[in-house]
Design a protein around this ligand. Structure first.
Ligand code: ZN
Ligand code: ZN
Length: 407
């Protein structure tokens, strides 16, 4: 890919994605396979006057080796220096940039029970830091094409050609045009207009139906609003958490979901794929989960903690989005979730509560925002998806028809 185009993309990630502020520290999380691109992002962060940029390198195969050789207790331990590091983040509120490139099958064969047990040990120790940072940081996730990932998406092609094709797909769907910053300004305005309309309806519940058997009703929190595109941190800084993004999303009322929903795309959970699955909900809780592939893993996911069996997100994405139109299955949630309507199990977003800046996280959760150590999106949208909004004034408004916006 041309260096000048990649430079524009790096700039988009720093300026529009994380919106790095003068004097701010920046954390970049990246895999080893794209050092030249990471260098560009670091340079752009300094151009945005970051005080210090820290790159945390990862190499996916090492994760597997650590899990194999360490005990659950060791894996689940948070060292004092790691706590000090989190405290530093709480004190300084750095911007976070995640550059993902991982192999969708890269963690195949890893002992997931061990991983789950270890993260259950770490979670209560790390949670107070996460809660203190909640909503304060600007952060963004964007993608770079790892070799194994590119081969998975384009299996018939030579590695170098597959990587180039994946770059093209990433840049197209991320709206890296002649003027990406302007394209994103317009895109954000469009999403905001959709959200404003949805929020004007006073929706009590959403009723999803499709010809694959999906028939699910999900209750809304009266104080919650549809959000999408960029958002504003508690520090008052506008940023775009996902590049790309197409969704209008909301966090539903914990405990209010009835019916069954069928997946329409594979779910990659902790480096392994769960395919062709259905989940049945009663009183908001996932009570039955079946999958043609990965059923055990799906059930492990749902039982990670009390909140993992409840919904944390309802997201609306038209089949006409650039990602859906590309027809590419990315095997990566950042992209695939933006190709299709989806739900998420686990943690809900407190910032979907109106005026959440004036409320504590506890207050948001009392209103019905789910809490969990997981947040896993799964795709349910398809060409026959219909969504009716049942409104508090008794009216029913169709907001989705044949997989696309009905307004
Ligand atoms: Zn989403
Ligand atoms: Zn999500």
């Amino acid at each position: 890919m041309k260096k000048s185009v990649l430079r524009e993309y790096a700039k988009l990630i720093v300026r529009c994605g994380a919106n790095v502020q003068k004097g701010q520290e920046v954390m970049i999380y990246a895999d080893l396979d794209q050092p030249e691109f990471v260098q560009m992002v670091v340079e752009e962060a300094y151009k945005a006057k970051a005080s210090k940029v820290i790159v945390e390198w990862d190499y996916q195969p090492l994760g597997k080796i650590h899990v194999r050789h360490q005990s659950v207790k060791t894996l689940g331990t948070v060292s004092e220096w790691q706590k000090a590091r989190r405290q530093h983040m709480v004190d300084t509120v750095p911007a976070r940039i995640h550059l993902i490139s991982e192999d969708p099958d890269g963690l195949k064969g890893m002992n997931m029970k061990k991983v789950a047990a270890a993260s259950k040990l770490r979670y209560p120790i790390l949670k107070p830091y996460a809660d203190q940072l909640e909503g304060k940081q600007q952060w963004t996730i964007a993608a770079v094409p790892g070799k194994a990932w590119a081969k998975k998406v384009f299996p018939g092609l030579r590695t170098s050609v597959a990587v180039e094709k994946l770059w093209e797909a990433i840049l197209f769907t991320s709206r890296v045009t002649d003027d990406p910053l302007k394209a994103w300004e317009e895109h954000n305005a469009n999403i905001k207009a959709r959200c404003d309309y949805l929020n004007s309806l006073g929706i009590e519940s959403l009723h999803y139906t499709a010809d694959n058997g999906t028939d699910l009703t999900v209750g809304m929190i009266p104080e919650a609003i549809f959000c999408g595109g960029g958002e504003t941190s508690r520090m008052g800084i506008f940023f775009n958490p996902n590049i790309p993004t197409e969704e209008c999303f909301i966090s539903p009322m914990k405990g209010k979901a009835e019916g069954i929903v069928y997946s329409t795309k594979p779910l990659s959970y902790q480096g392994q794929l769960i395919e062709n699955f259905s989940i049945r909900f009663e009183k908001g809780k996932a009570v039955e989960a079946r999958a043609e592939k990965g059923e055990e893993l799906l059930n492990t996911m749902i039982s990670m903690d009390e909140g993992a069996a409840y919904l944390g997100e309802c997201a609306l994405v038209p089949e006409a989005s650039p990602i859906a139109e590309s027809g590419i299955l990315f095997y990566n949630t950042l992209f695939d979730e933006n190709a299709s309507c989806h739900l998420a199990l686990g943690m809900g977003y407190a910032d979907t509560i109106r005026d959440h800046h004036s409320k504590s996280i506890e207050e948001c959760r009392q209103l019905g925002i789910n809490d969990s150590m997981i947040h896993e999106d799964f795709m349910i949208g398809c060409a026959t998806m219909k969504i009716d909004a049942i409104c508090r004034d008794g009216s029913t408004v169709t907001i989705f028809e044949n997989g696309n916006w009905a307004f």
